[in-house]
Design a protein. Sequence first.
Length: 238
Amino acid sequence: MILVLNSTAIKRTAFSSAILILGIIFIAANLRAPVTGLAPVLEQIILSFALTPSQAGMLTTLPLIAFALASPMAASLAKKQGLEISLFIALILIGLGLASRLINSAAMLYLGTAIIGIGIAIGNVLLPSLIKRDFPHKVAVMTSTYVLAMGIFGGSYAALIIPLAEYKSMGWQLALACYGLLTLVSIVIWLPQLKLHTKPTKDLLASVNSNKVWHEALAWQITLLLGLNSFFTYIMIS
């Protein structure tokens, strides 16, 4: 069985398509959990580094600031490096940010959290473009699949982080950093895709050099809707 993808010259076997789908699911698994895992152990972090309430609040806000600043750059990165390499870079950044949590330093915790936010921002922007391009007839199914994966892994990790930190006195730092093992697995699963260097969908490429979308009332309405949704979501997470 050969799958020919629309808008590309790529031909995939059923096996390579299955590996791609698995890679998408594992990338999605990294797009929420490194952020949701912070809030349950926030009290322990405050005690460890004697943080003020404002400093603690900034720790949970940093990823969102990184989303806002890094998301516009994701399309440019994909245009230069291709979708596959760009998503690989996103995983590397998330992995580095998680590994930095092993270092007993408040500054490194903030820096690592910001790096994680940048990696997640790249994945947030480019993964839907990959799905739209490679699965044009199954966009709804694939989008639902990766959103479900984000929710399951993000919620499960937030629920397990306290028991994990208390297991054999592991501590919050190791409990937070150990999610990097799943990120490492995700990197390995994504490696077969690096032989490709394909461009994102045309609409994402057009956004690099065009600001016309911001002249549309509908664009602002959707921005307000999704922005408020994220606003309340991350308040609850924190």
